[in-house]
Design a protein around this ligand. Structure first.
Ligand code: 8YV
Length: 328
């Protein structure tokens, strides 16, 4: 019997390609070419499954043009690149990679918070530029992390990981806002108190964004929300580009209406709003929050496991739209 045909849309660990090759007829993209939508559709012709990353958009147009496709396994926990309703209607299963990246991403959220509040990259640039002539009392004086109020918008697995680090590691007071309130045991586990979005914005010394992107969360932080924040506050975005209005944020940072921001995700990335690039009170990283070697390997293996399990017995590990299974 011939193997199912799989497209791996981006370059991944060679050992994961080798695993997939034990089960599938694999077309890979190890040179990591950037494909247009038309090229993606062409590559998907005759394929039964796809290994995707957050960069490949799977929508009604792609699905209509690729009728043999049965599953798309995303190597990401976020799946705003998938039109889930269209995939379900087409009977195409979607899977993602939750859990395996939670702690690594929470670690990074905290690293970005610390780098931003304590002005680490800004001071390194100063040193490397040969500008360090003498000590001064206020040189790169930032804001404290210990004992401050940590605000979290979006309290899923990663948000709770950041809350635990803040509460237990740094003695922070943790407040959060989320679509739904955590149960009492979860709140106790990360010593977090539920507040309204307005109170979160007004009270946080450091506000971390960890909510999923959808049209409903587009520009959750814009000019009006930034205006409620403390002038001494820092804002950290490790969620998705589009959650923050980057132009409004650049203006608020320029006018020192908030103190600083740490951004790992951007509207229209890999492009970055040009105004952000000119500011010193912002730390910018290229969407690397889950990028530890063990975690990226675990993500790739979970995406591969989903493909293997689907074609073995229709029992994927982390399905997003199990209803799609019923129609195949
Ligand atoms: C991925 C992410 O690296 O998992 C997510 O949602 O944002 C990152 O971990 C990125 O989406 C590429 O797949």
């Amino acid at each position: 019997m011939s193997h199912p045909r799989i497209l791996v849309a981006r370059s991944v660990f060679p050992e994961v390609i080798a695993r997939l090759e034990q089960h599938f007829d694999v077309t890979s993209n190890q040179p990591d070419e950037t494909w247009s939508k038309a090229q993606l559709i062409e590559k998907l012709q005759g394929k039964d499954g796809a290994f995707t990353t957050g960069g490949e958009r799977i929508d009604a147009e792609v699905l209509a043009a690729c009728p043999t496709l049965k599953i798309c396994a995303n190597m990401a926990v976020g799946y705003n690149n998938f039109d889930i309703d269209a995939m379900t209607a087409a009977g195409v299963l979607a899977t993602n990679t939750p859990d395996v990246l939670t702690e690594t991403t929470a670690d990074f959220g905290f690293a970005l918070l610390m780098a931003t509040a304590r002005r680490i990259t800004e001071s390194e640039h100063f040193l490397r530029a040969g500008k360090w002539g003498k000590w001064s009392f206020d040189m790169f004086a930032g804001s404290d992390i210990h004992g401050s109020t940590l605000g979290i918008l979006g309290m899923g697995r990663i948000g709770q990981g950041i809350a635990r680090r803040g509460a237990h590691g740094f003695g922070m007071k943790v407040i959060y806002h989320n679509r739904s309130r955590l149960d009492a045991a979860q709140e106790a586990g990360c010593k977090a108190s539920y507040v309204s979005k307005e109170e979160l914005l007004r009270s946080a010394d450091h506000l971390v964004l960890v909510l999923p992107y959808s049209p409903a969360s587009h520009h959750s932080i814009g000019a009006a929300e930034l205006a409620l924040m403390k002038p001494t506050a820092t804002l950290i975005n490790i969620a998705r580009g589009g959650i923050v209005d980057d132009a409004a944020l650049a203006l608020a940072l320029r006018e020192k209406r908030i103190a600083a921001a740490g951004l790992d995700v951007f509207e229209g990335e890999p492009r970055v709003h040009p105004d952000l690039l000119t500011l010193s009170n912002v730390v910018l990283t290229p969407h690397i929050a889950s990028a530890s070697v063990p975690t990226r390997l675990a993500m790739a293996n979970l995406a591969a496991d989903n493909l293997i399990a689907y074609f073995r017995d229709k029992k994927p590990l982390t399905p997003l739209n199990p209803a799609a299974l019923a129609s195949r």
